[in-house]
Design a protein around this ligand. Structure first.
Ligand SMILES: Nc1ncnc2c1ncn2[C@@H]1O[C@H](COP(=O)(O)OP(=O)(O)OP(=O)(O)O)[C@@H](O)[C@H]1O
Ligand SMILES: [Mg+2]
Length: 312
């Protein structure tokens, strides 16, 4: 299967530890796809705003056309997660009593400041793109450096259980209130149907279901790992792959990046690691990228790497 066909999945995710080349590789893949006529959106959640540097353009939270068929967006997860909470609270404020609001606000803020909150926000951002899948032919995600993020992606089932519990609790609370009310203005059914909290929860539930469906569908979604030919990254990759595959997410490809090609002892050692990676992680697809002389900055380097990735 040639690369263009291999990248025929609508959603492409790149993961890997800090500094291995995720942003470089995802930019190269996005560029290659766009040059082959696929309308592609490159999504970065890297707080360093590095795709802007690569393409030498100001890129922000609004999708921007960089060249024909190539679009990019940079999302600040921390800011987004804050905006997300503020919105929920604002929505609730219009409908609920101030006492309840204070209580809810506290709960929501607690939930969002607990560990994993940013990953949850990232998850939210990703599902938003799932909901608008028809807008582009390809979505390439340059995920944040943490492997934690992908683990969360594998979690919609647990999230779903959690949301079902919240829905149940909310319905029960409304029932209690309804039966305590001597003069209800609406039927219980009508109240449940118009409840803003239930609306939010149900929307989240369908978002999670959609996310789960898409993430587990390898006709639609491709997961890949970027690593360098060194001992530690190999170990990390091994652990991450095992963990993800336990949750039925397959890592179908590896990018072995920054392979030095000279006669130094270091380069010889790297060749051994490359061989080890190819053997250990077979039959996954491998993309081998040399260490470029210059730091892989700017569109020219991206173009070079893209040509290697799509060389078949
Ligand atoms: N094949 C390569 N040859 C030379 N330099 C490279 C290559 N790939 C990446 N680099 C350089 O290595 C550095 C890290 O690359 P990149 O930003 O793509 O990694 P990352 O995984 O996205 O990092 P982070 O985890 O910080 O987001 C950058 O300075 C980049 O220009
Ligand atoms: Mg990066």
């Amino acid at each position: 299967m040639v690369s263009e066909e291999f990248f025929g999945r609508k959603f492409i995710f790149l993961s890997g530890k800090g500094g291995v080349g995720k942003t470089t590789t995802s930019s190269s893949i996005a560029l290659g796809l766009s040059e082959r006529g696929h309308k592609t959106l490159l999504i970065s959640t890297d707080p360093a705003h590095s795709i802007g540097h690569i393409f030498e353009r100001e890129i922000g939270p609004k999708e921007k056309e960089l060249q024909k068929n190539l679009y990019a967006v940079e999302i600040d997860v921390r800011k987004e997660s804050k905006r997300y909470i503020d919105n929920i609270i604002k929505e609730a404020r219009q409908i609920l009593s101030p006492i309840i609001i204070d209580e809810i606000q506290e709960q929501i803020e607690l939930a969002y400041h607990s560990p994993g909150a940013e990953e949850l926000a990232l998850f939210d951002i990703i599902t938003r793109f799932f909901e608008k899948e028809n807008a582009y032919d390809r979505f390439v995600f340059d995920t944040a450096p943490s492997g934690y993020t992908l683990r969360l992606l594998a979690l919609p089932k647990a999230l779903n259980n959690w949301i079902n519990r919240l829905i149940k609790t909310r319905i029960n609370a409304m029932k209690v209130q309804y039966y305590a009310d001597r003069n209800p203005d609406k039927t219980l059914k009508a109240k449940l149907e118009s409840d803003p909290v239930l609306k939010i929860l149900n929307r989240r539930k369908s978002q999670f279901e959609l996310a789960r469906q898409i993430l587990l569908d390898n006709k639609k979604t491709l997961f890949m790992f970027v690593l360098n030919p060194e001992r530690l990254p190999i170990e990390i990759t091994r652990d991450s792959i095992k963990e993800l595959e336990e949750t039925h997410i397959k890592i179908e490809a590896l990018v072995i990046n920054k392979i030095a090609n000279d006669s130094s002892a270091r380069s010889r050692k790297e060749k051994e690691y490359v061989a080890q990676i190819e053997k250990e992680f077979a039959p996954r697809r491998m993309f081998k990228i040399p260490l470029l002389e210059e730091e892989a900055h700017g569109i020219e380097s991206i173009k070079k790497i893209s040509d290697i990735i799509f060389s078949d």
